[in-house]
Design a protein around this ligand. Sequence first.
Ligand code: HEM
Length: 215
Amino acid sequence: MDSFSTLIRTASHEQHVEAETSTFMSDLLGGRLGVDAYARYTEQLWFVYGALESDARELAQDPVAGPFIQPELFRLAALERDLTHLRGPDWRSTLTALPATQAYAARVAECARTWPAGYIAHHYTRYLGDLSGGQIIRGKAEKTWGFERKGDGVRFYVFEEISNPAAFKRGYRELLDALPVDDLEKQRIVTECKRAFSLNTDLFRALGEEFPLSA
Ligand code: HEM
């Protein structure tokens, strides 16, 4: 039987392609959107990572989710620096969550509080993605909007404390493979991962509607 890390990657592959090729992502990576769209996306991430990271201290004590709580992954401080750069020091006063973001953050928070194994699905979907495709997004953002390499504006994509992302991802997959849960629970985590991908796709759709390309 395949390892759990292989199972979760394979099960979410189709939705990964969908997210990657969504209109918003394609337009963003294609350099067709203004920095305002990028800033709006970064704002939405702030709500999502708030939900991922605000209960981290309690989750760190959990036997199932605990090993995944690794401070070198935390993104909230980096997002806040990026938002200060993108929106100015008063960024909090103009920040709003799209309904799709509210739904996403609410589901993450619900898992964090009531179902630590489900929380892992959200953790995996975001952080492993940020360590992978996130690096492609960073390069495009630097080029398109002129951010300093690995500087303010793209700090979200820079994991200062992870010097070897490939090795880190290997370690992460080992944690997935060592999850102390039964097969049924693993299946539920896979289902939650698919939901996490759908929540991302919903968010991209909403952003795409807010930033349509002028025909
Ligand atoms: C245009 C945007 C994206 C690009 C170019 C991209 C690209 C990639 C690449 C190249 C990998 C493989 C890395 C490796 O095998 O080590 C990867 C993995 C991954 N991506 Fe993305 N990605 C994008 C968007 C997303 C989104 C939106 C999500 C979810 C929110 C996501 C979640 C993941 C996950 C969870 C993995 C790890 C798969 C695994 O090895 O288990 N990606 N991505």
